[in-house]
Design a protein around this ligand. Structure first.
Ligand code: GLC
Ligand code: CA
Length: 559
């Protein structure tokens, strides 16, 4: 099959991806920590849900300062997650079920506990010195004004060598020097190591952070407000990505998915490469952005962003549809802010309709399919994510902000709220672990929202997801079709037809808590009849009266 612009359809164009935050997914050995064998035990569940590929967050040895995104050994598995043998079994068991496995790969930085860095920081003559980025201070201060993602200067002073090293994230995550050929070779070797073990591709962490301006020029602006002109998105990042893609292409049918941050359409477009020679997919942070920045969200903002993304990827590749990940608030909670209480669940289903009927590869975040919500951590002692911890301490200790206010801000910025264990059942600890306590707090909501109960209930959130996924696979236009937009101006509802040579599917989503009556001529035209495929109301009357109930979302066909 040919997709637009002559792109041949590959497995990842129509795969349903599912992100597994390994530490919180399923614990097989009762130590309170999710692990590889836990994932294996849930493969049948994922298969039944309709998942075609899993992306597993980092499981490599790590001091866990950034929950595994600080790797100290790239070619092995942290003992709490299992062994390489377990991993090989995971690959086999997943592949036996037709599920692909994608790994999270952190190329931008290592842990400061990695052997290379431990050696590099000892002396300027270290063999590994040039694996990292070093600079002399200026008048006793950092070499320039670059500001790190997690707060504070991006430069850290190193006693032994009397100069500074660069870190885009925490000081415990020193950035690698991708202008060093030797380092490049080492990392490509890591890529081959996992490809040789049978993985199907990678999700590349913070990929647009890979290189920095060689002259280390100051960014315009200061602190958090600065424009990241010189510390991200450098031109030669694309040269490295092309080389990396060539390594990947030594193997057959592997996929490269990149986290390009903050991921505006124009910025992300560049990472597909000019000749389809860099990433296959770049995350679209549109929903994440709309959700987390408390913007004025309505049908018009979402439609406009969707159109921009469609346009931006038209020539270069294929879009991604995603509503949540391990860094962002849970979609259910974010979008719930935009509607009155009785319709929160309806709207969350509407957002799922958008996710699974829009053009692009859908990525689900574990628990999203049962409507998991944010869980606020009200005791700072319980924080596991150092970014929330950092902000709480900064606000209370340095800014004198009272606890009540600081804890909310720390929850907003921190990521613990979306990393609580998967809610499998209403058993103790949500069926996640047999240990007394899990590694992090469990959302007590598991008693009402869990997989076991939802599997049994025909009208559950989970079964709605399953039906949507099934429809996405059955109705070819939902994958390959172009958009025909209905009512380009409405702020209240979104309407489109996905249209291909094989047919048409109509999608309507009411984003308000009011009824909306539509003019049937807008989409019926010369067509005879309209046939409902799925609605988030079991008593939808739309095909008779063309009324969308409050927060109603539906798919329909013309017959
Ligand atoms: C990415 C990850 C995030 C991590 C950061 C640094 O944004 O998704 O969890 O903290 O990179 O590795
Ligand atoms: Ca475990």
């Amino acid at each position: 099959m040919e997709l637009r612009n002559g792109f041949k359809k590959k497995w990842w164009h129509d795969a349903i991806f599912y992100e597994i935050y390994i530490r919180s997914f399923a614990d097989s050995n009762g130590d309170g920590i999710g692990d590889i064998n836990g994932i294996i035990s849930k493969l049948d569940y994922l298969k039944d849900l309709g998942v075609d590929a899993i992306w597993i967050t980092p499981f490599y040895p790590s001091p866990m300062f950034d929950c595994g995104y600080d790797i100290s050994d790239y070619k092995s598995i942290a003992p709490e997650y299992g062994t390489l043998e377990d991993f090989d079994r995971l690959i086999k068991e997943a592949h036996d079920r037709g599920i692909k496995v994608v790994l999270d790969m952190v190329l931008n930085h290592t842990s400061d506990q990695h052997y290379w860095f431990q050696e590099a920081k000892k002396s300027k003559d270290s063999k590994y010195r040039n694996y990292y980025i070093w600079a002399e201070g200026k008048e006793g201060k950092a070499p320039n004004n670059w500001y790190s993602i997690f707060g504070g200067s991006s430069w850290e002073y190193n006693e032994a060598t009397g100069d500074y090293y660069y870190h885009a994230f925490f000081p415990q995550q020193p950035d690698l020097n991708w202008r060093n050929e030797e380092l490049k070779k080492e990392m490509f070797d890591v890529i081959r190591f996992w490809l040789d073990r049978g993985v199907d591709g990678f999700r590349l962490d913070a990929i647009n952070f890979l290189l920095e301006d060689a002259q280390l020029r100051d960014n315009p602006g200061e602190g958090q407000e600065q424009e990241h002109i010189y510390d991200r998105d450098q031109d030669d990042t694309h040269d490295v990505l092309k080389e990396l893609r060539a390594v990947l292409d030594e193997y057959e049918d592997k996929v490269l998915i990149g986290e390009v941050f903050p991921g505006t359409p124009g910025q992300s477009q560049k990472y597909y490469g000019s000749g389809n020679d860099e990433l296959h997919l770049a995350f679209n942070f549109l929903m994440l952005k709309l959700a987390s920045y408390h913007l004025d969200f309505n049908a018009a903002t979402l439609r406009k962003e969707t159109q921009l993304w469609d346009e931006a990827t038209k020539e270069v590749g294929w879009p991604v549809a995603v509503m949540g990940n391990h860094d962002q608030p849970r979609a259910y909670s974010s979008f719930g802010e935009y509607i009155s209480e009785p319709y929160r669940e309806k709207l969350a289903k509407g957002i799922a309709v958008y996710l699974l009927t829009s053009k692009g590869t859908p990525f689900l975040y574990y628990g999203e399919e049962i409507g998991m919500e944010n869980y606020l951590f009200m005791d700072p002692e319980e924080f596991r994510d150092n970014s929330g911890k950092w902000l709480y301490n900064y606000l209370t200790k340095e800014k004198g902000v009272p606890h009540e206010e600081a804890i909310l801000k720390a929850n907003d910025w921190g990521r613990d709220k979306c990393r609580t264990p998967m809610q499998w059942s209403k058993e103790k600890n949500a069926g996640f672990t047999t240990a007394d306590k899990a590694w992090t707090l469990i959302n007590p909501q598991y008693k009402e929202k869990n997989v076991e109960d939802q599997l049994k209930d025909e009208n559950s959130f989970l079964n709605f997801y399953k039906k949507l996924i099934r429809l996405r696979k059955e109705k070819e236009p939902l994958m390959a079709g172009d958009y025909v937009w209905i009512d380009n101006d409405s702020r209240d509802y979104m309407g489109y037809i996905r249209k291909s040579s094989k047919g048409e599917v109509l999608v309507l989503i009411n984003f308000t808590d009011k009824e909306i009556r539509l003019d049937e001529n807008m989409f019926i035209n010369k067509r005879e009849k309209i046939n409902l495929l799925l609605s988030n109301y079991s008593d939808s009357t739309f095909t008779k009266d063309f009324i969308l109930k409050p927060a109603e979302a539906l798919l329909a066909e013309f017959v």
